[in-house]
Structures are given as structure tokens and as C-alpha cells.
Ligand binder design. Structure first.
Ligand code: TXA
Ligand code: MG
Length: 358
């Protein structure tokens, strides 16, 4: 199959909508990441998404809608909390998990009794859904396990030959996925941090609970609340570790680790803030953004993870960028890309010093 990339203008959107109505797949921009869309009420079309991505069948999809009214047909009830959140955060990067209506195919929900729904704010996504006239099931448009795509070129790199059409709407503003919030239990549970931060949600959800899987790997045999959290994700080919410690300690540890990797013949790189990068001399650095600008760094993360692969990096070390706001989502994605490998900067410095005396 030939994969066309065309501008996400009127004609592009019309073609995309026509393909969706025929049960075909279309990749399109949203404000978070590029989505791989299909008619969400057509099981056969949705099955093609799983095939194109190589996605495990038990990992459910988000249904995207263009108007609040479209929600009622997809869910059995809309709790008052959901109405309040929709009023404040839709359209936008917030996905709500609600009790699923009978018309939603099993393949969309992975057989769960709940369904994920979101209204994107990107004008191309909205227009495409509207023109298609159906809810659009869409995961991120990457091959399963790869970093999510934030540009049309990323989608092409993963999906060339697997889908008929990519609508190019430029770079995604948020750059990582939506926040996934489960409203089906007694307390609201944040399953995946994303474009809407816990700080933004708390005024409306004082009893918000953060799912444990956000900041640690799943234990053997543990049943995740969000099936997606059990898979390794966002991973570059390079072996990636996070170096934890105050900036000046982290800088010394990262310089030492980089130099050791290069001495051993590996191609190394560092993922850093501009401030730390300035201390790294001519070592190969991927600068995510200014220290403290977690939204800016979040927007740059997936692009940098893909650049590691494109530049044939074998070993990479990232700073611990944690800060408030988007920092939680940024570190969640980075930790998963690093398979939760964390190194303590002070310990690293001591070990490198001991090794150099041997
Ligand atoms: O920003 C986004 O959310 C992007 C754009 C395209 O909208 N989409 C996206 O989809 O990230 P995907 O499939 O890559 O991630 C959806 C996440 C997965 O972790 C999945 O397990 C979870 O949402 N999810 C979907 N339905 C669920 C359900 N009924 N219960 C619990 N988790 C669910
Ligand atoms: Mg994804």
C-alpha cells in the first residue's frame, strides 16, 4: 500500500473523512500527538488499527468526538463530575473513562465494561471527526512500543506502507498524550498523566487519586487499571537511564558516564536542560528546553527520543527533569522509555572515582 502525506487543508480533510467512512485508516494531527483514526463503531476498521500498529488486542482505544452531544450515545451515564470537567477541559487533552454503551464494539474497549472518550481541540481533528460523521477511534499513530509521533514525518517513519493517508498539520503543540482519568469508581483515578496536569484537575477533583503505575513499573502478575501501562513504551533503541541528583552532581555524573561509554566504544548522548547542556562541553547533547519549563520540555521529548535512534545513539543518559505541572507526565514517559532505570548521581561519581584508581 502506498502511504500519502498531504497537507491537512480542506481537501485533505475531505479525503480523510471519505476514507474513514469507507472503513479505512487515516493518521491526523491532534494537539497532543498524531492519532491513527478509524470509524470507532466499525469493528473491522478498528481491527485494522491494531494490525497497522502491532498493538496487543487487550489495550483499548480512545473514541474521539467533536461535540459534547456525541458522548451520550457512547456511554451508559455521564456523572455530574464528568459534566463539570467537560465544561472546563473540553475540547482538550483530557480523556474520560466512563461506563460503556452497548453500541461500542468490544474491540475498541478490549472487552472492558468502560470506554475512553476525548474531544480534541486541534481544528483539523475536530473537522475530520465532524466530516466523517462518526466517533473516531484513535491511538497514537506510532508502531507499538515506539515513541508517540508529534510530526507527520514520525508517523511516516513508522507507518509507511501500512496506512493509506497521513494528514500533515505540522508539529503537535502539547507533544505528549492526553491525561486519562477514570470516573467509573468511587474516587476519580488519574491513570495516565498528560496534557492536563493534576494541579489543573484538583480544584474540581479534591479526592483525585494518582494510580500507582504512573511512577513505578508493574509488579509481576499485577493487574493494571489501564491496560496500556503494562507495556514497554516510548522506547528508543538506545539504552537509556535517568540520572537522579542535584543539577551540579547530575552534571558531573552524566559527564563521567558519557566519557566512560565513549571510551568503551559506544556512541553516547545526554538528554538535558539548556542550563546543564551548557556545562557539557562538546559532548553530544539533546536539549529539551529551559530548566523549569516542563511544558516546553514535554513537547520536545518524543522528538528527542526519535532523534536518538536516527543518530544511532547506543547509550543515553537523561536528567531527572521532575518539576510540577507537566513534569509528572514528562517523567512518566521518560521513565517508561528508560524501563525505570535510575542511577543516583552521588553513587555514580563515587564508583567512577574508585574505578579510575584501580
Ligand atoms: O492524546 C492522546 O490520548 C492520543 C491522541 C491521538 O488522542 N491518543 C492516545 O491513545 O494516546 P493511546 O491508545 O496511545 O493511549 C490510550 C490509553 C492507553 O494507555 C489505554 O490503555 C488507555 O488509554 N485506555 C483506553 N481505554 C481505556 C479504558 N476503558 N480503561 C482504562 N484505560 C483505557
Ligand atoms: Mg500510544
Amino acid at each position: 500500500m502506498d502511504t500519502a502525506i498531504i497537507p491537512a487543508d480542506e481537501a485533505g480533510i475531505a479525503l480523510g473523512a471519505a476514507l474513514l467512512r469507507e472503513g479505512r485508516l487515516v493518521a491526523f494531527p491532534t494537539e497532543t500527538v498524531y492519532g491513527l483514526g478509524a470509524n470507532g463503531l466499525d469493528s473491522g476498521a478498528v481491527r485494522a488499527i491494531f494490525e497497522a500498529k502491532g498493538r496487543p488486542a487487550d489495550n483499548p482505544l480512545i473514541l474521539h468526538i467533536a461535540h459534547n452531544d456525541a458522548l451520550d450515545a457512547l456511554v451508559r451515564e455521564v456523572p455530574e463530575t464528568a459534566r463539570v470537567l467537560m465544561a472546563h477541559f473540553w475540547p482538550g487533552a483530557l480523556t474520560l473513562i466512563l461506563p460503556r454503551a452497548a453500541c461500542v464494539p468490544d474491540i475498541v474497549t478490549g472487552g472492558l465494561d468502560t470506554v475512553a472518550v476525548r474531544m480534541p481541540s486541534h481544528p483539523v481533528a475536530r473537522a475530520l471527526i465532524e466530516r466523517a460523521g462518526c466517533p473516531v477511534a484513535a491511538p497514537s499513530a506510532n508502531r507499538s512500543g515506539r515513541p508517540s509521533p508529534t510530526r507527520a514525518g514520525h508517523v511516516f517513519a513508522d507507518m509507511d506502507g501500512r496506512i493509506p493517508l497521513i494528514l500533515d498539520g505540522g508539529a503537535c503543540a502539547v507533544g505528549l498524550e492526553s491525561t486519562v482519568l477514570d470516573l467509573t469508581g468511587v474516587r476519580p483515578v488519574l491513570l495516565r498523566p498528560g496534557g492536563v496536569t493534576p494541579e489543573q484537575l484538583l480544584p474540581y477533583l479534591p479526592d483525585l487519586h494518582l494510580d500507582a503505575a504512573i511512577s513505578r513499573p508493574m509488579a509481576e502478575g499485577e493487574k493494571p487499571r489501564s491496560p496500556g501501562t503494562k507495556y514497554r513504551h516510548y522506547a528508543p533503541t538506545a539504552s537509556l537511564s535517568i540520572v537522579v541528583g542535584a543539577p551540579e552532581l547530575a552534571a558531573r555524573a552524566m559527564a563521567g558516564l558519557y566519557d566512560r561509554a565513549e571510551t568503551e566504544g559506544s556512541r553516547a548522548a545526554l538528554l538535558v536542560t539548556r542550563q546543564l547542556g551548557a556545562l557539557m562541553g562538546d559532548r553530544r547533547c539533546y536539549v529539551l528546553g529551559e530548566a523549569g519549563d516542563s511544558a516546553g520540555m514535554a513537547a520536545a521529548l518524543f522528538d528527542s527520543l526519535r532523534a536518538l535512534d536516527a543518530d544511532n545513539i547506543q547509550v543515553a543518559y537523561a536528567q531527572d527533569f521532575h518539576a510540577g505541572g507537566m513534569g509528572l507526565a514528562l517523567m512518566n514517559r521518560l521513565s517508561r522509555a528508560a524501563a525505570f532505570q535510575r542511577l543516583d548521581a552521588a553513587t555514580v561519581i563515587a564508583e567512577l572515582a574508585a574505578a579510575s584508581k584501580e
